[in-house]
Design a protein around this ligand. Structure first.
Ligand SMILES: [Zn+2]
Length: 331
């Protein structure tokens, strides 16, 4: 099998002939390199509004690196003279608009789409991107879920199996190094927001892309029906913080561009809510009793400004802890 863009894989040869396979790429731990001098701390924008009806917002993070908001989850684009990589394809009904925005940044060159996870607001545009010539990559678990479909319990939403011709051509296990105008380290994470999250580190640009392991400034959705883990989210945040300097730009799955301090606040909130809800479960509290105990009270003013109020986030945390204790992921 030939791919149009195999030259992008500079190390850890991944692609050739491996359609549909899970690929164990190198497992070397990544190393924090190339930190910026620290003066470019991104501003903390106000909390996001729900799905604006209008256009997309494109922000340049570094030369050749852009964040695009407004198509669902945040999308990151990195391009060089001979390749473009887009991270996440947004909602299906925004896909053409998003694809046009990506192509406007980097027309006429081979292209790769990377999914941070399988949710429809991050992978919903895969069909449009694949038909637009993008080769698709994701973690092995994400690829499995896209292929098999499944139910997102909290939203009572059934996702149909993906069309084979637009599925990721391979599933990343461990770490994968790409190059598109600069190095990109992709890391398939242990269970966190789902069991198939991929994060990216653009070392030379000092940009970290978190996918939905990070919602900046708002309570997150956590997909307990896709094998999520609250301690896993804390661990992914810790790993990112170990690589981040004061000037690192951190792209969350939802919400405005962030910095390490914002991610640290998120990590601390997640850890505190986990500990409080876990203690309620240990004491025998039902889900409704846990909600009544208001374990998120100390955080609601800061975090209940987006998709969820404290009650809903308590229910999500309760169900995530329960599911993880049952060892029950995977549909
Ligand atoms: Zn998600």
């Amino acid at each position: 099998m030939r791919t149009t863009a195999s030259s992008v894989i500079t190390r850890r040869q991944l692609i050739g002939g491996l359609a549909g396979a899970s690929v164990a790429a190198a497992l070397a731990p990544s190393v924090a390199l190339g930190r910026a001098s620290g003066s470019a701390r991104p501003a903390q924008a106000p909390p996001p509004r729900r799905a604006p009806g209008g256009g997309l917002e494109v922000t340049e993070l570094a030369p050749g690196v852009h964040m695009i908001a407004g198509a669902g989850g945040n999308t990151t684009v990195r391009f060089g003279p001979d390749h473009v990589v887009a991270v996440d394809s947004g909602l299906p009904d925004r896909a053409e608009m998003l694809l046009s925005a990506v192509r406007a940044l980097a027309p006429d060159r081979p292209a790769t789409l990377i999914n941070t996870h399988w949710h429809f607001d991050h992978a919903g545009g895969n069909k449009a991107f694949a038909e637009g010539g993008f080769r698709v990559l994701a973690s092995a678990k994400c690829r499995q879920r896209l292929a098999g479909g499944g139910r997102i319990d909290f939203y009572q939403r059934d996702i149909p199996p993906g069309e084979p011709r637009v599925l990721p051509i391979a599933g990343v296990v461990g770490q994968l190094e790409l190059d598109a105008g600069g190095p990109i380290t992709c890391t398939a994470q242990a269970p966190a927001h789902t069991d198939g999250d991929l994060t990216l580190h653009l070392r030379d640009a000092d940009v970290i892309v978190m996918g939905d392991t990070f919602f900046n400034g708002i309570y997150p959705f956590i997909d307990y029906s896709s094998g999520a883990s609250l301690p896993g989210i804390v661990a992914v945040a810790d790993a990112a913080l170990a690589q981040a300097g004061a000037g690192t730009k951190i792209v969350p799955g939802h919400g405005p561009l962030a910095d390490a301090e914002a991610l640290r606040r998120y990590r601390d909130m997640i850890r505190d809510v986990h500990d409080r809800v876990a203690a309620l479960i240990d004491s025998g509290a039902s889900e409704d009793q846990a909600v009544a105990a208001k374990p998120t009270a100390a955080h609601d003013q800061a975090w209940a400004r987006g998709f969820f109020q404290g009650e809903q986030f308590t229910r999500i945390a309760y169900r995530t802890i329960q599911a993880e204790r049952r060892g029950a992921p995977a549909r």
